[in-house]
Design a protein around this ligand. Sequence first.
Ligand SMILES: C[S@@+](CC[C@H](N)C(=O)[O-])C[C@H]1O[C@@H](n2cnc3c(N)ncnc32)[C@H](O)[C@@H]1O
Ligand SMILES: [Zn+2]
Length: 810
Amino acid sequence: MQNNSYNAKVSNEILEKFSNLIKILDDESNSIPSIAKRAFNFKGRKSENIALKVLDYISTPESKICDPFMGSGSFVFASSMLGRETVGIELDNYTYNVIKTLHSKIDYDKLELMFQEIKSEIFNDVMYLYKTHCCGEVNYIKTLYFDPVSQEYFNPQPHREIVDGKNVKLYYKCPVCEDTSKTFSTEDEQKLSEVNSLDTSRFPDHELITNSRINITSSTGADRYDRNFSNRNKYALLLIQDKISSLPDCIEKDFIQHALVSALTLSKITQYGSSSDILYHVIQNKAQDMNVWYLFESKYNNMVAYNKYYCEQSPDKETLLSFANIMNGDYSTILSQPKFNQYFDVIYTDPPYTDQVPYLERNQLYRDWLFNFSDKNQFQLSKQMLDEEIVVTNAPSRREKDIKNYYESIDKMFSIFSKIIKTNGTVAFTLNLGKKKFFETFSKFIDFARKNGFEYIYRIDLAKNDPTLRKQSAWRDTLSTEMLIFFIKLDEDKAYWYKDDRNIELELGKLIYNQILKNNGITLTTAYKEVSRKILNKQVEDLTENEINRIRGLISEQFIIDPRTSMIYVDPDKLYLSIEDNTTLFNKLYDIVPILINNLLEKWGSFTLDDLYFEISSKVCNGDPNILAQILEDPSREKYIVNLIENYCNTDEKSSYTRKTRVSASPTEDAIDISMLDGYSFENVLKDLLTSEGFINVIRIGGAGDRGVDLRAKKINPQTGELEGYIFQAKRWIGNVGGEPIQRLHSMMVQYSAEIQHAICITTSDYTEHGKREAKSTGVEIVNGEELIERLNTAFPGKYYHGLLDFHNN
Ligand SMILES: C[S@@+](CC[C@H](N)C(=O)[O-])C[C@H]1O[C@@H](n2cnc3c(N)ncnc32)[C@H](O)[C@@H]1O
Ligand SMILES: [Zn+2]
């Protein structure tokens, strides 16, 4: 149950290095630079400053760094700012292209001249479409608020954007009334019918690939490109596009082109106050329609600011693309090139997760525009791309993009990573998921990582923007929705033992476990025979020394080997994940929960359910959250756990738990709740009790040896004056004790009948009917929780109480 036993494969040096990361990020906020948001809105953009700090810490100037799922490029450019040789790959041709253009070396004078040329030629024509008056003065509509379905322009639904019924935002502040908005007028109504009759038949009107996840469906009406725009804005967009198309080809033209494309999101009819994120939706009411020129010019300015800022951040003051080699295509195809074999020191990435947007569909708005007006070859959406994208979607046109397919992709991803990364290289992922998804996905990631030669080593909570909070919650192991997790590529001889898809370590565990159950323990020699025959398909004589060592190592990791007899036993305190059935696992776990609750209360004073889950995952499941994923599958189990917590704790509005103040019974303030003690402390309490009751030579028997016995002692029989031997089994349990532990105690007593005359089982809970019957027929004495607490109170008045007795009686 040691916290770090699962890291036996990784050196302490490495573990320590990573555990310092939390300090490195101490005063770093997890935020997105607004300059990036304003220039180019990318769903799922990640913090570049966190990446900067982490990469600076885990890499050296010589390191080669890769982000195979580049997206908006946050990680690629953080790495480039450090001057590291960086490779970034992105499948989506639109995303790739806009990123490349935004980071290109631009001739600013030339760019500005081109932009002004467009402006001088068409500004008036575009603005004419939005022309209006306020207080008799000419002005232009900047935003119009209305209800499209009822065609209601005069009385749109109220909203904070509409003060005093003024549903037209003005381009210029009115020089007379000094207001920036006005009410919709008959002039505006006439303008509407004028712009609605303009010919926009050239505007793209093709069908989009539907995807209900992002509202592109026939029921939203958003499945046809043109339906998302007002006729006025279609006309305005065409005017600007025609002008851009007439410019000579150069990077500056591309730049301006991207400014227009970036303005498309808000050029659509969107929801009141939208700052762009709803990409597709035909709005029923509370819609806003914005001035296209205004959007275009703002985007242009923001993009210029972005370009200047990032070029300035480059170590060569030229462009970050001097350090980042960015490529468009499927990551696996590109990284399979021989030159990338064992090439990278660090992979820092944010792969698509199960709940993420289908980027290719999402970007249809932009890509299709470019396909239509710019470069057919470059901006095609091919069937192949749709197949290559890692995504989970049930969109009708995306075949086989289900969860099973997704996990196959993740397995393949780790296998590719293991080829391109050096030994001891780091893979860092940002993981952004809800609780249940988190455990499921996290455990799958660990599984595939191990299969492909990696080991999970560290995680950091990034959800809190406030670094102090983050630090606190990282220490507290709080499960949060955004975190950074790290894997390390193991030395080949330390890697998990897989043969093809077969996890040898797991198979070995299952085999040995079942053999032990069947034979009441087996010898090491038998184990070698079984494993070689049944798992490795060879004779035991043919095992290599390496294999023998590995088998022995794995057995001692998972089981208890008696040093005297070389017999192997099941470790009763261990959860045999994927070996024992869920009910057995849950019952074992359930018994441990009070200890963990107590730990949390002692450490932090309060905790949340998530805190408890993380405590379980790191303390009990050796960092492998698999067990929790399994448990959470059944909602009634969570209920059990919550009930248990509520027995010990009060809860507040923020759903955090604090220790219940005891109303009655407990005589002293710092009395100890025996139901929350860990096994070791519980045995010590019993040892003290027995000693004070006149037993002598009371010894704890932990670890290997006589399984099923926790304490031994001697006591004089007052009738005979003889010294008699006792063995005790201690069960700090919640569930009632059944017949099996009683039988085991009995057989020990029989086996050592020369020295042992009494066997006693002591539990904090009670006994099942079967348990009681067994006790009667075998002569094993039994003590339940109520009797125990009575005896403790006699021996040590006020020192102990039993926090579960009431709960138990319910
Ligand atoms: C979550 S985003 C990355 C976000 C990025 N870290 C950022 O800060 O902007 C994942 C990206 O992976 C891309 N992607 C999906 N499948 C891919 C594949 N097979 N090859 C390369 N890129 C892929 C998606 O297009 C998407 O842009
Ligand atoms: Zn006015």
